[in-house]
Ligand binder design. Sequence first.
Ligand SMILES: [Zn+2]
Length: 222
Amino acid sequence: MNQNPLVTIILGRPGCGKGTQAKLLREKFGLEYIGSGDLLREMAKENHDFSSSKLKAILDRGDLVPTFLIFKLWLDKIDVMKNKPDFKGAVFDGNPRKILEARLMEDALAWYDLLEFTKVILIDISAEESYARLTQRRMCEKCGQIIPYFGYFKQMTECNKCGGTLVKRADDDPEVVRHRLDVFETEIQLVIDHYEKNGLLIKIDGNRPIEEVHENILRILK
Ligand SMILES: [Zn+2]
């Protein structure tokens, strides 16, 4: 089997479903998953060293994490996964988030001979839709599953995986959400414009049901 690797970068406003889509792609193609949101939350939870408590404050405010820190996490991960004998590719969930990160990531992907196989997908939802989804979504207290706020998820009363209690997420405070949306418009939008200018950006309508968005992404990756 000498198939080309597949690298996808999935971007979109908070709540667009990029995490869900990234995980579907991981399962479908056996990709490595690089979601710095998860990596960072994990790191912040440690709560006993210098970086983790600082990081927790940044995440609680909805601010962007310094590039060097995020990049350190990525590089460690890319280096390990690239050396796996059965490496099939990777999916980046919600990153890069700054122009500087996009440039650094291109350098890294080129170094690991992956840049030519990289596709950038924007799951497009409006700022209003993003706000509604974020201020009203919930999380399972027990297993951490995120219950989005759209379609049939709105009716869910307990976790469909483990039966756990559903609670509001800490970073879904309306003021924090508004700030995260501002960060999107001022920083992440520049990254999207950058990929669009380079002809790398593929736009997908994020208002469709999860399965349909997934199908549309698969069609494009073919
Ligand atoms: Zn659960």
